[in-house]
Design a binder for this molecule. Structure first.
Ligand SMILES: [Fe+2]
Ligand SMILES: [Fe+2]
Length: 284
């Protein structure tokens, strides 16, 4: 069941003078990734064969993710009438494919799969909160607020199912930590960078992972504040079975904040790396 619909958004309140071009480019990329949620539902349905409750929940979840894409895509088309969501999404689908046919989780267990999903929802929940607080444009503010609330509910959904599987599969703490850290590291894979390319660069321009990652990360990191990192760290800690509010999570949040600031300056300087013009790779 969806918690809101596109009709509830006050589209008439759109204020062109309040559109930040940096945020617009991120919204175009995010719309493509969100709209692609259906493929993840197919993958999750395959991984969770024999668990009808979870499969139903995954289908409902995907409907909400697709709606996130539709809301962000519509906003981006209003903000930039020369941009076509359908065209950009067609390019993204063509170039970025996830392996939906897997019959077991690429994380090694169902608990691991659900921890990875918790990491993704932690990321999106923090991201839309940060974007929504940064934009002055009232419609995007509303859209981001609605999406961030969904993402937090998604986190809770995957967390609850993860606890159920943890009781059965008994993944050790190091195993849970490894899955969580691995999924966080994948945020620099092609899913986002390629979406940035399809959303913002002409089809005639060859894809460059390095260039797009720099544009995407350099921009997105600038909207985070410490409170977003602190809250996200609490969610990560909870997912791997650690106390979400305590000295350790405080320390980790401060460390992550320092790291983010360092990465932000690195992206701003545009330091190069390998991978230039490499084909896109998927991160499920
Ligand atoms: Fe989403
Ligand atoms: Fe989500």
């Amino acid at each position: 069941m969806k918690h809101w619909t596109l009709d509830q958004i006050a589209w008439d309140a759109f204020t062109p003078t309040k559109v930040d071009p940096g945020i617009l480019s991120l919204v175009k990329a995010a719309a493509l990734v969100e709209k692609n949620g259906v493929d993840y539902a197919i993958y999750l349905n395959n991984v969770f064969t024999g668990d009808p409750d979870f499969r139903q929940a995954a289908d409902n979840w995907a409907v909400e993710e697709v709606q996130h894409g539709d809301a962000l895509g519509r906003w981006a088309e209003i903000a930039d009438p020369s941009w076509s969501f359908d065209d950009a999404f067609a390019r993204y689908r063509e170039g970025f494919k996830i392996d939906v046919k897997a019959d077991a989780s690429i994380r090694g267990s169902r608990t691991g799969e659900l921890i990875a999903r918790c990491m993704v929802e932690t990321g999106t929940s923090s991201y839309y909160t940060a974007l929504g607080e940064s934009t002055e444009e009232p419609v995007l503010k509303q859209v981001c607020r609605l999406i961030a609330a969904d993402e937090y509910r998604h986190f809770k959904l995957f967390y609850d199912h993860m606890k159920r599987y943890l009781a059965r599969e008994k993944l050790s703490f190091p195993q849970r930590l490894r899955v969580a850290a691995g999924r966080i590291g994948e945020s620099e894979d092609d899913e986002l960078a390629f979406a940035y390319h399809c959303g913002n660069e002409p089809a005639s321009q060859p894809y460059s992972h390095e260039r797009c990652m720099r544009s995407y990360m350099g921009r997105s990191m600038s909207y985070y504040r410490f409170r977003h990192i602190e809250r996200g760290m609490g969610m990560i800690f909870k997912s791997i079975g650690l106390e979400p509010r305590g000295r350790l999570s405080d320390l980790a949040a401060k460390g992550a904040w320092k790291l983010l600031q360092w990465r932000r300056s690195k992206y701003a300087q545009g330091s190069g790396a390998a991978n230039e013009n490499a084909p896109p790779r998927a991160a499920a």
